[in-house]
Design a protein around this ligand. Structure first.
Ligand SMILES: [Fe+2]
Ligand SMILES: [Fe+2]
Length: 264
């Protein structure tokens, strides 16, 4: 199993790759290619795919971690480039309208309608329950929140958005799993515990945005003490949170960037 980061806030070292706010990663293994999220801007996603020699038509499934724009914004351009339909695994809540109030009021949901995406070849498989959509690739389903979460934003009527559509991709590694989270809105500890419950295997590796920007020392310490998995963290993890965890975990945490490859 191999993971390649295609979209991240940092471009890394390889020439021709572009960084940008958002997340996307390609997982290859067991004869399948699964794309997780699409970043914010389709031009950036397609540029990075081309630079890394990944054919848009070679993707078998797209897994959407949640409906925020920085994970779904590249979807339309991806569908337009392909010559065949694309199966998309996600939570039914991804099309919800949602807004942020700071630093200014703005839309932060998926910037497309379901209908326009279906016209371009999207075949949505929307479920809240965990299920294995391809051998070794498991949708976590809605993540149970036992302890703190990192939900952000509001619905248009002013209610807080719990980001219930936040789901993780669980990759079966045999004796253990690797878990990909887009933004970690359900909370790192909840994600790991939920994945272990669903798969009945320990989480060896956790990859993605951990949404610890602005997290208190108490929460960071909770992550350091209670998560045994190796962390590949980026996107919304936050540089201060990363620095704290690096001091606590050393090489058990690594930063991700566009073009980074992780062998599982
Ligand atoms: Fe995000
Ligand atoms: Fe998000």
């Amino acid at each position: 199993m191999k993971v390649t980061i295609l979209y991240e806030n940092h471009s890394g070292f390889k020439k021709g790759l572009i960084g940008g706010h958002g997340f996307s990663a390609l997982i290859e293994g067991k004869g399948k290619r699964v794309l997780v999220d699409t970043g914010t801007d389709g031009r950036v996603l397609l540029n990075n795919m081309e630079a890394l020699e990944i054919e848009p038509d070679s993707i078998d499934y797209l897994f959407i971690t949640h409906g925020h724009y920085d994970h779904t914004g590249g979807l339309k351009a991806l569908l337009e480039t392909r010559s065949k339909p694309l199966k998309i695994i996600a939570h039914p809540g991804i099309f919800q309208r949602r807004i942020a109030l700071k630093p200014n009021k703005r839309e932060i949901g998926i910037p497309f309608t379901r209908e326009e995406l279906e016209e371009l070849g999207a075949e949505f498989i929307l479920k809240v329950e965990p299920f294995e959509f391809a051998k070794g690739f498991i949708n976590s389903g809605e993540i149970e929140r036992i302890t703190w979460d990192r939900a952000v934003g509001y619905f248009p009527d002013g209610r807080r958005d719990p980001v219930r559509d936040d789901m993780a991709l669980i990759i079966d590694l045999g004796d253990s799993t690797a878990v990909i989270t887009g933004c970690g809105h359900s909370g790192v500890i909840n994600i790991v515990r939920h994945a272990e419950k669903v798969s009945e295997k320990p989480v060896k590796v956790l990859i993605g945005g951990l949404h610890l920007i602005g997290a208190s020392r108490h929460l960071l310490e909770d992550v350091a003490r209670n998560v045994g998995a190796k962390l590949y963290a980026g996107h919304c993890t936050g540089i201060e949170a990363f620095a704290y965890l690096y001091c606590r975990l050393g090489r058990r945490i690594e930063a991700i960037h566009v073009g980074k490859m992780i062998e599982l």
